[in-house]
Write a protein that binds this ligand. Structure first.
Ligand code: ZN
Length: 349
């Protein structure tokens, strides 16, 4: 076996080697990466390798399978690898920082990779962009490739004597993470007794199911209205919106557990008829019942299963507290949300 074949075999073994973390992309976690940065000593997926190519001073890319690897480079990869890379470049990622996954958009991945290796923001002795003695603002910067002036956010790091500027994408991801930081701060204030690790998953809402249903009002004689519903299993809330992209929900229902007397039924109560849609659902809570109609029997079944899933889960201590006071951000200028009081749910007809 020649050097070429032997070294390729060593690399392929290294990809699978236990305790190295090499079986997943060092940056986005995608399975079976077959590219590597032989300057950083990490294995990455094709997508992430495309980002690395943009800063050759810091990272240099080779294909594990297609390129030639000499002995010393294979040796270097063996002594580094993804777990060691993470220990070095992700030593102090802030809890709120959104770490992108394999199926996230490229902008998020690109900014994560740049923050990690190019700006080295998360290294133990790394540069922090929120140091005192910084100044930021907008300036017009002349473009590199043409004479156009572009509006850019600049940050002056006086401690390091460095003036750096943000591209549009960096700025967007910066805002995204700043909002996450603000939300985490809010959660910490609302729930001081809970460790950060339990609050971080609440920064982002992940819905078990979303879709249109029709609802009636509290008297259940009001005409059915079409609304967009989203079921948040973590906070045990069914939220509804006039339109899918509305920033604020019109109302929400807290979903307790079966043991507490909450239930869901695949029908409408006797004497109640939907508007256009016939496939009905009834949620019963200790306080009252909520009535919906679904656009199809398939939707009805999916909602039913999703509600049953949430109702069958035992309440966490956080759930109990969040029923007492709404977890939602207080952002509305009109005071609409603040007026909701401490009831834990609201239902506006
Ligand atoms: Zn990747």
């Amino acid at each position: 076996m020649g050097d070429r074949e032997r070294n390729k075999k060593r690399l392929l073994e290294l990809l699978q080697a236990a305790g190295t973390g090499n079986a997943h992309c060092a940056d986005c976690g995608a399975a079976d990466p077959d590219w590597a940065s032989y300057k950083l000593g990490i294995f990455i997926c094709l997508n992430c390798s495309g980002v690395h190519r943009n800063f050759p001073d810091i990272s240099k890319i080779k294909s594990v399978r297609l390129d030639f690897w000499d002995d010393s480079t294979v040796e270097f990869m063996t002594h580094n690898g993804n777990l060691r890379g993470k220990a070095k470049y992700e030593a102090r990622v802030p809890a709120f920082y959104y770490v992108p996954q394999a199926n996230d958009c490229l902008v998020l991945k690109e900014q994560w990779i740049r923050a990690k290796y190019e700006r080295q923001e998360f290294m133990a002795d790394g540069k922090s962009i929120s140091l005192p003695g910084t100044r930021e603002g907008f300036l017009w910067k002349r473009g590199r490739d043409n004479a156009q002036f572009l509006r850019r956010k600049f940050v002056l790091l006086s401690k390091e004597g460095l003036l750096k500027y943000y591209t549009k994408e960096e700025e967007i991801v910066d805002w995204f993470n700043a909002l996450r930081a603000a939300r985490l701060q809010y959660l910490k204030t609302a729930f001081p007794e809970f460790p950060e690790s339990e609050l971080v998953p609440l920064i982002t809402r992940k819905y078990l199911k979303q879709g249109f249903m029709e609802k009636t009002g509290p008297k259940q004689r009001e005409p059915f209205k079409k609304r967009w519903f989203a079921l948040d299993p973590q906070e045990r809330r069914l939220l509804y919106y006039k339109n899918p992209l509305d920033a604020f929900e019109q109302g929400q229902v807290f979903l307790g557990s079966n043991e507490q007397g909450y239930g869901v039924y695949e029908d409408l109560p006797k004497g109640i008829r939907g508007n256009r849609w016939k496939a009905g659902l009834t949620i019963v809570t200790p306080e009252r019942r909520f009535i919906f109609t679904c656009p199809s029997e398939k939707e009805q079944r999916e909602w039913l299963e999703s509600f049953q899933d949430v109702l069958s889960r035992p309440l966490t201590p956080l759930n109990l507290l969040s029923k007492m006071h709404s977890l939602s951000f207080v952002l509305s200028a009109k005071g609409r949300r603040q007026n909701r009081g401490l009831t834990g749910f609201s239902w506006e007809p």
